[in-house]
Structure formats: C-alpha cells, structure tokens
Ligand binder design. Structure first.
Ligand code: SF4
Length: 370
C-alpha cells in the first residue's frame, strides 16, 4: 500500500480489528504504550480504542516534547526573552506553555518581542534581517526536529551570522523509554514505537528494550490501519512468545535510520550529562546541548542561563499521566481548573499532549451525542 486512502480503508480496518479480537487472550490484560504524541493524537482522532477488545489498554507515553519540558526551562527561556534587544522565537505549541510568570503569548502581550516560527530557518532569517538585534531560537523536540536545528546552525556558521542563538531543549527518546522501563510502577506489555523519531534514528537502537527488558516494540505509522496493524503485531508477538523490534512503518522508517540527519546532529550537538524532564525527573544522557565549537551561537553560554527549578502546582498530576500510571481524566484538575483554554500543565497545551487529546475527544463525543 502506498497512499493514505489505503490506510483509511474501512474494510481493511474492520478486518484487522476482527483479527485482533480473534487473537487476544480473553483471560489477560494488555497494556501497550504509544510513546509518541503524534500517535496519541491519532488514537483519539480515529477512535482506535473503540476498535479494540476491552482488555487492550492504550497508555499514553512521554513523546510530546512540549509536555515533558519542565516549567523551569520555560522560565529560563522567558528570562532571555525579556532581555533588552532580544527577539525570542518559538514554535506555535510553545507559545501557550505556562511558565511561572505566564506563557510566551502572555509575555508578548506585555511587550516582549516574541515571535512564532514554523521552522528554525525562519528564526535565522529574522536574525539576518535584524543584524542589530539578538535573535534566540527556543529549540525543542526529539530526534525528529533536532536535525533541522542542527542544519540551521550549520547554515548560520556558513553565513557567519553572529546575532543568532539557540536555546536547546532537544531531548532523546531512548533514555525516556529506559526511565519508564526502570520505573517501579511500570506495567507495560509492549510499545508502539514512534514513527517520526524512528525515521531519523532507525529501528536498531530499540533492541535494548527487547533484549534487556523483554518487551516487544513495533514501530508504527499514524493512520488508523497503521496503528491497528501495529497493535496486531504486538498481540501476535505475545501470543507466539516472541519479543522483537518490528517495523510496521517501513515505508518511512529505514532500519538504519537517516544517516545524513544523524551526521548533522552529531556535528552540532553533544549529549548532556543529565537533563530534567517534567514528570520523570532528571534522566542521565537524555538531552542535547551545543558542542563547544558552536558556543558562540549557544544561548546558554551567551545569556548565562540561571537554570531555575520549578515544581509543578501540587494538584497537577502531569507526571503520573506521562508515565502512564494515571489516565488524563483521572487528574484532579482535568476539565476543571485545567482546560486547553487555561492549561495548568503542558499536557493540556499541545494537540499531541495526552490531556488535550483526551479533552477534545470527550467534548467531540458529547457534541455528537455519543
Ligand atoms: S489535567 Fe492538566 S494538570 Fe492534570 S495532568 Fe493533565 S495537564 Fe497536568
């Protein structure tokens, strides 16, 4: 199959759903974690859970980069944004993430020069167009977006742009999965591997999950049939007593990854010794910082970032939701104090955040009278 329509074919979807129903063991429960926020969004959008037997539970993982960003990191970025002569640039998802003194959008309303961008190159262009200002890119994302930041920095170096700075919040997916697997309350039977990240890193790096933790992983695409086929592959592995990395999304994900993208990342970034994740705490070697050769473009060097640590509001249970211990609606604040219009936690901000996806899904169902 090559076209999106084929992955939304109602007949194929029905057959795959039936096969899952036929193969599952009715005497056990299955908990599969979709690591990627894009999968969370698709699962709610297409109502995938409704096509599954009641004993398969989909657990939402930490794969939304905005959701795992600790509030302190947002505050550090906004401290830079409020400095004289700075233009602060960020993706749309980041604009509504709450910091202690408000979100980027709120600070913009108070006068800070904060601009929304669609790609890191937009930020570089602003820097070229405003040589008298300091332009900061609030870089965020997993291995999916880190290559484009890296390529932008290489371009900044080639063009000799000295008023462009990167505040790197890029994080790595594998240490996060390892942290979840090491967590004492871990109860996951298998993983839906992230499609976009895997297009960069490939399938091989997940082998430690099958070898050392004995959990199967299937890299999945984002269409309804992709997700159902991947769940079927997980169910089959468990039924047959296999534990392997399988690649359902081979039309996009090469087993060895995207070598030019990995090379660009390696040129520009090195792994931080440790980095704080919202809900998961400090995870060693889980994030990327600029190499010393690029320090003249490093916002953390140029602006001497303080490194504030801020705990989330006490009642917010983002950490439990991120680890799959609680479902979004089980947080005490869900739909009351915390809504997409007034998010308390970051999981309510991005469309890929579990709480926002769940909130929109519940309201959509209410709207159509289900
Ligand atoms: S409802 Fe809000 S506070 Fe609760 S887990 Fe979700 S984002 Fe966090």
């Amino acid at each position: 199959m090559k076209y999106v329509d084929e992955f939304r074919d109602a007949e194929l979807i029905r057959k795959t759903s039936e096969e899952i129903h036929r193969l599952v063991d009715p005497n056990r429960k299955y908990r599969f974690m979709e690591v990627c926020g894009g999968h969370t969004f698709s699962i709610f959008r297409f109502g995938i859970q409704n096509l599954l037997p009641g004993n398969i539970e989909l657990v939402h993982g930490p794969g939304c980069p905005v959701c795992v960003l600790p509030m302190g990191r947002m505050d550090d970025g906004l401290t830079i944004a409020q400095q004289k002569n700075v233009i602060f640039t960020a993706f749309g998802d980041v604009m509504r993430v709450p910091g202690r003194k408000g979100s980027p959008l709120e600070l913009r309303a108070k006068g800070a020069d904060i601009r929304m961008i669609y790609s890191p190159l937009d930020a570089l262009k602003i820097a070229v167009d405003h040589p008298d200002r300091k332009v900061v890119l609030f870089a965020i994302g997993f291995e999916t977006t880190a290559p484009s930041t890296a390529l932008t920095l290489l371009r900044a170096r080639d063009l000799n742009v000295s008023n462009f700075f990167v505040f790197s919040n890029h994080v790595l997916i594998l240490p996060a999965i390892r942290a979840i697997l090491d967590s004492p309350d871990m109860r996951i039977d298998g993983f839906l591997g992230p499609g976009h990240v895997s297009a960069v890193i490939g399938a091989r790096p997940y082998e430690f999950i099958t070898k050392h933790y004995n959990k199967p992983l299937v890299i999945s695409g984002f269409e309804p049939l992709d997700l159902l086929q991947s769940i079927l592959m997980l169910v089959k592995q468990l039924k047959e007593g296999r534990c392997e990395v399988e690649n359902q999304y081979s039309r996009v994900v090469p087993w060895e990854g995207n070598v030019p993208a990995l090379n660009a990342m390696n040129k520009v970034f090195e792994v931080r010794p440790f980095f704080e994740w919202r809900g998961l705490g400090f995870i060693t070697q889980s994030a990327l910082k600029l190499r010393s050769e690029f320090s003249q473009w490093d916002a953390e060097v140029h602006f001497e970032v303080e490194g504030v640590r801020v705990t989330d509001p006490k009642a917010a249970q983002c950490g439990e939701v991120l680890k799959g211990v609680l479902r979004p609606h089980q947080c005490k604040l869900f739909g009351k104090e915390c809504t997409p219009e007034h998010p308390v936690g970051a999981l309510m901000v991005s469309s890929e955040g579990a709480c926002a996806a769940y909130y929109h899904h519940v309201h959509l169902r209410q709207a159509v009278g289900e």
